[in-house]
Design a protein around this ligand. Structure first.
Ligand code: ATP
Length: 327
């Protein structure tokens, strides 16, 4: 079905994630192929309010599929959380003759998009891009696979030194409120344990981690700690272990922002390319206020409200696998 969308705006917002550029490239090229103009909006919603906008040609997205970060830049904006801010954003859209928006980001980005869509009747499509993988309705978000590989490689390196010195290493992993990155990285790196917010009390998880590692006469152990599993993160857990198990002197590694960087993995490039094309298809087919998702290998469309409000849980079989495999 043909509708009257002639120009779409595309922006990246919230935390940057590897593969965002591949998504921008895909949205731009898929739109142009369908005779839709593309206006790139720089610095997320801030740029939308301030009019930091440039029309993109296919050449503007050349040579970016392999680059981490986002060429559109990302920004967080408090003003956009107010109706006045969103009105400014809408006025820019009218001035620039932008008929629809594709927003690439996480749940905050989608919350903002949904508010704008409802208040000003703007067709909006969300593309999930966050290393946290915490959005309901999609098995994977853009950037998660790359970040997972980054964490895994870091843990592999730490294991080399951990084994040499017979140490307990606590590795702090990002994830906002979600333990997906931590749990998956723990399995992939063969860690002894993961401490994540979705499972039992942290004190119990610490005990289990100690029992699964050093107590079983392993000469070193690695425990991955989700950054917000406990206030103070891995440092706070190290302190607790020193108090309750004075025989250990755990070493802490906080991986920090390096988890967000780097060239996107093949998986993330393909995911971003598929999702970018699917976002344009959704607009052409007159879908509104949906997130593009991936379920069982297939592209799906999920209402933005569900993606934001529903809670995705970590898979129990993965949690169990980690317990079993760390004996
Ligand atoms: P990540 O998960 O990687 O942090 P995110 O999209 O959740 O990504 P946020 O910083 O939470 O990142 O949100 C990005 C932007 O979306 C905010 O700076 C703000 O402009 C807008 N936003 C967030 N929450 C709301 C809200 N409740 N209402 C309107 N706009 C919002």
């Amino acid at each position: 079905m043909i509708n009257d969308i002639k120009t779409i705006g595309v922006l990246t917002s919230g935390g940057d994630a590897p593969g965002m550029n591949a998504a921008v490239r895909a949205v731009t090229r898929a739109a142009i192929v369908n005779n839709i103009r593309v206006k790139a909006i720089f610095r997320g919603y801030k740029g939308l309010m301030d009019g930091e906008i440039q029309e993109f040609t296919t050449q503007d997205v050349s040579g970016i599929i392999h680059r981490g970060g986002t060429i559109l830049r990302s920004a967080r904006s408090e003003e956009f959380k107010t109706i006045e801010g969103r009105r400014r954003a809408y006025e820019t859209m009218q001035r620039e003759q932008i008929d629809a928006l594709v927003v690439i980001g996480g749940d905050g980005t989608f919350t903002g998009a949904r508010a704008l869509a409802h208040e000003f009747d703007v067709p909006t499509i969300g593309i999930p891009a966050t290393i946290d993988n915490d959005l309901w309705g999609t098995d994977a978000t853009i950037g998660f696979d790359t970040a997972l590989n980054t964490v895994m490689e870091c843990v592999d390196k730490l294991r080399d030194t951990g084994t040499s010195h017979e140490r307990l290493f606590l590795v702090e992993v990002m994830g906002r409120d979600a333990g997906f990155l931590t749990l998956n990285a723990a399995i992939a790196a063969g860690a002894e344990a993961a401490i994540i917010p979705e499972r039992q009390a942290v004190a119990e998880q610490i005990d289990a981690a100690i029992n699964q590692g050093q107590r079983k006469h392993k000469n070193s152990s690695i425990v991955l700690v989700q950054e917000h599993a406990i206030e103070g993160g891995a440092m706070a857990i190290a302190k607790q272990i020193e108090e309750t198990h004075p025989e250990f002197s755990p070493r802490v590694s906080i991986l920090g922002h390096l988890q967000r960087g780097g060239s996107p993995s093949g998986f993330d490039r393909i995911l971003a390319s598929r999702m970018g094309c699917a976002a344009v298809t959704a607009l052409i087919e007159d879908q509104r206020n949906v997130m593009v998702g991936l379920q069982n290998g297939e592209i799906v469309y999920v209402p933005l409200i569900k993606a934001i409000k529903q809670k995705k849980d970590v898979k129990e079989d993965k949690w169990q696998a980690l317990q079993v495999l760390s004996i």
